[in-house]
Structures are given as structure tokens and as C-alpha cells.
Design a protein around this ligand. Sequence first.
Ligand code: UN1
Length: 508
Amino acid sequence: MQDILDQLGIRQSNGGTATGQKWIGSKGKVIASFSPVDGKKIAEVVGTDEAAYDQVIKKASEAFLEWRLWPSPKRGDVVRQFAEALRKYKEPLGKLVSYEMGKSLQEGLGEVQEMIDICDFAVGLSRQLHGLTMHSERPGHRMYEQWHPLGIVGIISAFNFPVAVWSWNTALAWVCGDVCVWKPSEKTPLCAIACQNIIADVFAANGVPEGVCGLVIGEREIGERLAADTRVPLVSATGSTRMGKAVGAAVGARLGRSLLELGGNNAIIISKDADLEMALVGCVFGAVGTAGQRCTSTRRLIIHEDVYDAFRDKLVNAYKQLRIGDPLDEANHVGPLIDKGAVAMYSAAIEKCKSEGGQFVVEGGVLEGKGYESGCYVKPCIAEVQPHYEIVCHETFAPILYLMKYKMLEEAIAIQNGVPQGLSSSIMTLNLREAETFLSSAGSDCGIANVNIGTSGAEIGGAFGGEKETGGGRESGSDAWRIYMRRQTNTINYSTKLPLAQGIKFDL
Ligand code: UN1
């Protein structure tokens, strides 16, 4: 791992505060990053104190005054070069993601690929930040709207996608002419430092004003500072619903803008008309991939009574094949949870499920012994439950899958929608009527609704996010860029008179 750290410019002790190309001194709390893979300390990071935070915001404000004047395609060209640098660093960065966060190497590399893809998307977008024109009701008048940069975008990201979610925000924000200040999860600070090192070289080579890409590392108080800071017009936060409610309230109290991408409690409906073999792959990957730590992870299966027993047996068999262990070893399917706190939450959820009457058909448990010394490896498990159980309506970031039975599609959709969260959802069916009903206004209430694929692994080209307690925000593709800009309506009078709208006469 040392060669990887060297390639990415990570030392034993690192500064955690940057204004872009430069690191700045800080006397914040020292955060040690431990790998959940083997429990070893990887390196330390000095957190951002209040003065350093202020310096980053000040630099970002100054940089914005210049950056907003760059033509957007020119900003796009810098993002294009960032994508090139990411292609070069894909292997080491993917490995670091895997080692610091614990996801499989395949998924670590996939996460860096997602960064490259969003950069490519943003490059094209840099020539398409278009507004509408409309017809004025007055003669000799033209009316149109344009989109201007917003200012500083505060980005609060979670440990589970330690680099990709940042890039969804920054790549778009940068082409839109905004400057960014990133508060990564304190559980994965080294991934953020690696990204900062990669972008710093690209920015320096292009004469990008210092401050366009700020980094502040620390615990909750840094997020609170960003949320309350009137110099930050947009705060984009990914993480738990609890965190999102606090950020949303603080940003709302100052009438700022927030983009929230919070918890999911994603279900797949397995119809009696499903291709069960295909469904199996989607369900198992959705439930155990990233050890159940994606906001899009599959947590609930709602299975038609005619195929319930057969599909449950297939799942139980498939779970027997799962290999749990070092995620950097490609033979393994499931890596560790992020830390022992997550393991405690996993164990508590299993106990709660049992106390509510859940029957485990694949038992859970914390793994011990050789290869599991970090104490973060757990067994993916499956329980038969009733949809209304409290624990089933709650998002536990772990590989626990709940099974429930249905008779009629309407009932399945009601169960699917009957939780506080609304991120991702799927139906497995070869029946066109069922598929279209699921996608109709009487169907899934989630931000993402799929047919014959699982709930996780969304492509960057679509808008990503969800409803209800998921927070309502949309990041990534489609027209998600609009939230990073301010809209301005312009009316231009090129006539020789000044007629008032609505036919009002005001003669002097
Ligand atoms: C997240 O877990 O916060 O759709 C993001 C997916 C990934 C992104 C997940 N592309 O599973």
C-alpha cells in the first residue's frame, strides 16, 4: 500500500486544509484514518480549525470573482484535463478507495470510473448551459433567461462513496462557474487528500485561480459551519437523514439553497412473472455489494406468494456461495463494514428484527479469526419479516435483507412506498402491464424506479436522488446542473417607447 500512498502524495501526517493548489496550516484535531480491511492505521490528517476554515472560504470568495468570468467551455477544458489525470491515477486511487473505505477493488475502480464519466459529461455540458427565450407581450421587446454562476458550493460527502459523489458536484459546479469547498467524511479523509493532489496539478497547469477547489476536514462542526455560512449559497450534502435534516434546517433558516441526497430503503418487487435467475443477480448484488453500504443498496424484497418459497431458496443458496474477506482480493464478494460503530448498528438491527418477530433464514454474525482482525467483517443475512416492523422501515447501513410476501401488485407497491425514504426501487417482471403500472403515477414514489435491474448502480447520465426523507435533491446527470446556477430573466426594450406590461397607462 505504501507505493500507492506515495503515488497519491499521501504522507504519514497530512494537512487537511487546502485552498486549491496550496495547503494551509491549521491546528485542528488530528484525525487518524484506519483501514477497515486490516484495522491498521494508514495515516493521520490535521483537521481544519476555525481560522483555517475562514481562510478557505475567503480564498474561495476571491477566486469566484475571477473564475465566474472564464468562458464555460474553457472551464470545461480544465475539467477534461482532470478526467485525463483521473484516467492516469485510476488504479492507485481505486485501490486507496478500496483500502480506506473497504469496498471491493472492482467497486473502487468503478467509483473512479464514475468520476471520469461525470467529468466527460460536464465537458459537454460546458457548451450547453442554455436558457429559454420567450415572446414578450410588448412590441419591440425581447425576453429571455440566462444562467449565471452561483458562488461557493459547500459539499458534504459520506464515507461510502468517498470520491465519486464529490466529483458529481464539483465537475458540474466548476463548469457552471462556481467554486467548491469540500468537507469529506472524517472516516475517509485520505481519499479526499489524494483527489486534492490530483486536481491541484491540473489547476496549477491551467492558471486556475487559487481557491476554486477548497478542502476542509473535520467532524460535525465543519459541516455545521458550512450550513450556517451565508457566504455559501448552496450546500450539497450526502449522508444520513439525521444529518440532512440538520443541514436542511440550518441552510433553510438563512434561506440558502440545499441539495440533499440522504437515506434510502430500497425495495425490489419480485413478480410471479419475473425471470428469477436474472432477478437473483440483481437482488444479491444490491443487498451485499459494498457490504450493504450504498444509499441505493437493496434492503427489502417484496415477493409474490406464488414464487416466494422458490425465490427464498435460491437466495439462501446464493448466500452460501458468498466469500467474505479482504476486498482487495478479487476472489471475495463482500468486504468489511466501515468501522466497529457500523458493526454495532448491524448487530443491534438484527436483535431488533428478532424482537419484532423476524425469522432469519440466513443468520448474521460478526466474523472473527484470521483475515478478520479488524473486527469489521459481518455475515450478510436474510430475515422474513412483516412490512410494518419498525426496523424494516429504518435504513441500516449493512447487508441485512428483509423478505416479505404479497398477493396483488397494488399491495406490493403500497409496501414499497410505505417507508419514510424514497430513493431507489425496482420491479422484476416480464409482464408489460405490471412494469408500466410500477412506473406510472400510481406506482413507485421513488426518485429512481427500474425494471429488471436492481436498485443500485445508477449511471451518471440520469438525475440521481430521491423523495421524502431522501431529501428531494438531484445530483449528477440530466438537468441537475441548474441547482448550481442562478436564473436571471432579462427583458430588453429596443423600441422607441416604454410600454408597461399588463396594459397599464402611466402618462406623465
Ligand atoms: C450513494 O450510495 O450515495 O447508484 C451513491 C449507485 C451509485 C451511487 C450511490 N452509482 O449505487
